[in-house]
Design a protein. Structure first.
Length: 304
């Protein structure tokens, strides 16, 4: 399947993009309009930003019959998800892009930041996928529909600074794997994207609180542009991949944790997985050493 193009047909389809007011979601919405989607609905909490993005995408329409619209609401709330789904005639494709992280040391996070992490990164996808699937189940499965979950490389390698975020992205991997089973009768294909860093508005926000040690560890994942990240996602969707990475480092790290999820160049991953399993223990010793030095430095700065 993987070797044939056009496995992802957005033409004349109705697409919902959660978190579509900025970053990856907004760029995906634009590309889907360019690809001839009949209707693209972007969803987020801030109405002014949604209006701005709709105005930005409008000129990219390739036909007057296309619709780019928005819905406002907090998708961590189930009733909001249900209302948005109810307002649509049909749904063919959902991109679950809502998500954001506050990178800090665990004990520096406030209780509100902790619960926001769960709500924004997990509950938005949990609730909206449930509400959307309840509707899509009743539609005729005469063409392939798609769910695309946006996880993170951090679901594969979680490390210091991301306690508020990475565990929820790992939960998304699990949720997507389960929904992939449960949608088999409905001709809905489930994809999970594991992006590395990309330079969105959300990423710029993250950088403000990100501890030095976190920046140090994620050094090999340089932020790519939002456009390049979006193009990579669409390239792999077109070729039918269910597990998608947006940079090479993410794909390499994934070899250390293959499990039951669909593979991406599986045979090479298995071989690389073996090699990685020999290297990783040394990498862990090195990283632990770096983390201890970081805390020593922090403590010496605190005590004058
Ligand atoms: N940028 C990066 O480096 C990486 C990002 N990712 C993931 O990719 C996805 C897209 O990232 P990015 O483009 O950076 O995201 P941004 O932070 O730039 O945008 C997040 C979007 O989600 C919306 N959103 C947040 N909370 C809610 C909510 N409760 N209900 C509805 N909408 C919500 C925001 O709008 P509003 O606040 O108005 O609701 C905004 O539209 C996210 O899931 C992110 O975790 C993964 C790996 C790397
Ligand atoms: C042999 C072992 C080699 C190990 C190399 C380690 C490289 C680590 C790369 C981590 C990339 C993290 C990207 C985070 C993206 C994200 O989700 C945030 N921007 C939050 O949104």
């Amino acid at each position: 399947m993987v070797f044939f193009s056009n496995q992802f047909d957005a033409k004349d389809k109705t697409v919902v993009v959660t978190g579509g007011s900025q970053g990856l979601g907004a760029e995906l919405a634009k590309q889907l309009i360019i690809r001839g989607a009949a209707k693209v609905i972007i969803v987020a909490r801030t109405e002014s930003k949604l209006q701005e993005t709709v105005n930005y995408i409008e000129p990219f329409k390739i036909s007057d019959s296309q619709v780019i619209d928005y819905a406002t609401g907090d998708l961590a709330n189930y009733d909001t998800c249900a209302k948005i789904v109810e307002s649509l005639d049909t749904i063919d494709i959902v991109f679950f892009c809502a998500g954001s992280s506050v990178p800090k040391l665990f004990l520096d996070l406030t209780p509100r930041e902790l619960s926001n992490g769960v709500n924004i990164n997990y509950n938005t996808a949990l609730n909206f996928s449930h509400a959307a699937l309840s509707k899509m189940k009743l539609q005729s499965p005469d063409h392939t529909r798609h769910f695309i979950f946006c996880s993170s490389v951090l679901a594969i390698y979680p490390f210091i600074g991301y306690a508020q975020y990475a565990p929820l992205k790992a939960a998304l991997r699990s949720l997507a794997d389960i929904i992939r089973h449960e949608t088999l009768p409905y001709n809905i294909k489930v994809h999970t994207v594991y992006p590395g860093n990309f330079a969105s508005e959300g990423f710029a926000e993250e950088e403000k609180t990100k501890p030095e040690i976190t920046k140090q560890i994620e050094g090999p994942s340089n932020a790519v542009s939002v456009e390049s990240c979006t193009n990579n996602v669409l390239w792999f969707l077109d070729r039918g991949y269910e597990t998608i990475f947006t940079d090479v480092i993410g794909w390499i790290l994934s070899c250390s944790m293959l499990g039951f999820s669909p593979k991406c160049l599986g045979l090479v991953q298995i071989i690389l997985g073996f090699i990685l399993s020999l290297i990783v223990p040394f990498y862990v010793i090195f990283t632990n050493f770096e983390i201890k030095s970081y805390f020593k430095k922090l403590n010496s700065q605190k005590q004058p």
